[in-house]
Ligand binder design. Structure first.
Ligand code: R5P
Length: 322
């Protein structure tokens, strides 16, 4: 449906499914981006209608292939800026390159900051995103960032279940996230934290578990599943320590090494992720459950259109809106 209010919503190709759901919720048309790929791999992306003086939302995610998706986004933002869009709001459901958020050792880059600079330089006016790997990345931008909390979606899911769970963070960095989920669930169990250290990129070693999981159902809750190494390793350690049911929950399911390692692993009961990244190719797996962010993002986009606060949305969700 087309509303005449100087708003345009576009979607990048890899976010089409989620964008369609958001469009349905908002009763607004979601437009496709024109894209030309030249023989040498260069790309050209642009809107096929005027955006002059409009507030433009771009639904996108910079999951794999991260470099192509990021470059596409930057080029499209540039085209909107040059076509005189009034505001360009990136609804970036997964912000790639976020894990390089500090110099973990000498001479390393900080790509989370570099990407923030690139988006701003290209012309983004605001970023709406979901569970940034590190909330401090908000401060890498000089434009507003709505870093939405996936816990509200997960808590609505777990609130409906009769089992009680200990929420486990697979590393120290995720402890706050686990605590917030536990609080939203009004969970009386203490959280547990896996004492993990990273020995190389995508390789980790578990030193121990802080907290008691013996004879408890657990939810291992992380922001990203990439290769799956971190979370499967965590599940194995928890099982050895006597955990009963093991549910894995993560906002962003990259599954760079596929899903078989979860599906065929007898200690894992279920894997729950959001649709921040499209998983249509994994829909046949029985243990995978996807929670839709469409309504939540639709409400946030609506709040941005109406200049209203998103605090009210959080409030509704924390009361159990589903
Ligand atoms: C790391 O700090 C993140 O929160 C995730 O735990 C990590 O990115 C997962 O990666 P992988 O699945 O490759 O172990």
């Amino acid at each position: 449906m087309q509303k005449d209010d100087n708003i345009a919503i576009f979607t990048m190709e890899n976010s089409q499914k989620l964008a369609d759901e958001i469009g349905k919720y908002l009763k607004r048309e979601v437009k496709k981006v024109n894209k030309i790929v030249f023989a040498d791999g260069e790309r050209m992306l642009y809107p096929n209608e005027t955006v002059r003086n409009k507030t433009v939302f771009i639904i996108n995610n910079t999951s794999k292939p991260v470099n192509d998706n990021l470059m596409d986004l930057l080029i499209f933002i540039d085209s909107l800026k040059r076509a005189s869009a009034k505001r360009i709001i990136c609804v970036t459901t997964y912000y790639g390159y976020a894990r390089q958020d500090r110099m973990a050792s000498g001479r390393q880059p900080i790509t989370a900051k570099l990407v923030a600079d690139l988006l701003e330089k290209a012309g983004a006016s605001k970023i709406i995103t979901l569970d940034l790997h590190n909330a401090s990345i908000q401060g890498f931008f000089n434009i507003p960032v709505d870093d939405l909390r996936g816990q509200f979606i997960f808590s609505n899911e777990f609130r409906l279940r009769s089992d009680k769970y200990v929420i486990v963070s697979p590393d120290h960095g995720g402890a706050v996230r686990a605590r917030q989920l536990s609080e939203l669930l009004k969970n009386e169990e203490p959280i547990a934290i896996i004492d993990k250290r990273r020995t190389a990129p995508n390789v980790s070693e578990i030193m121990g578990v802080l907290g008691d999981v013996k004879d408890k159902n657990v939810i291992v809750y992380d922001d990203i599943i990439d290769t799956g190494g971190t979370i499967i390793h965590a599940a194995e350690v928890l099982k050895k320590q006597g955990a009963k049911k093991i549910i894995i929950a993560a906002t962003h399911g990259l599954f760079s090494k596929g899903f078989d390692m979860f599906e065929n692993n007898p200690i894992i009961d279920e894997v729950i992720i959001t649709n921040s990244i499209d998983h249509s190719d994994l829909s046949h797996f029985k243990k995978l459950r996807e929670l839709s962010m469409a309504e939540f993002l639709g409400l946030v986009i609506e709040a941005n259109i109406n200049n209203s606060s998103i605090g009210k949305i959080y409030e509704d969700y924390s009361k159990g809106r589903v």
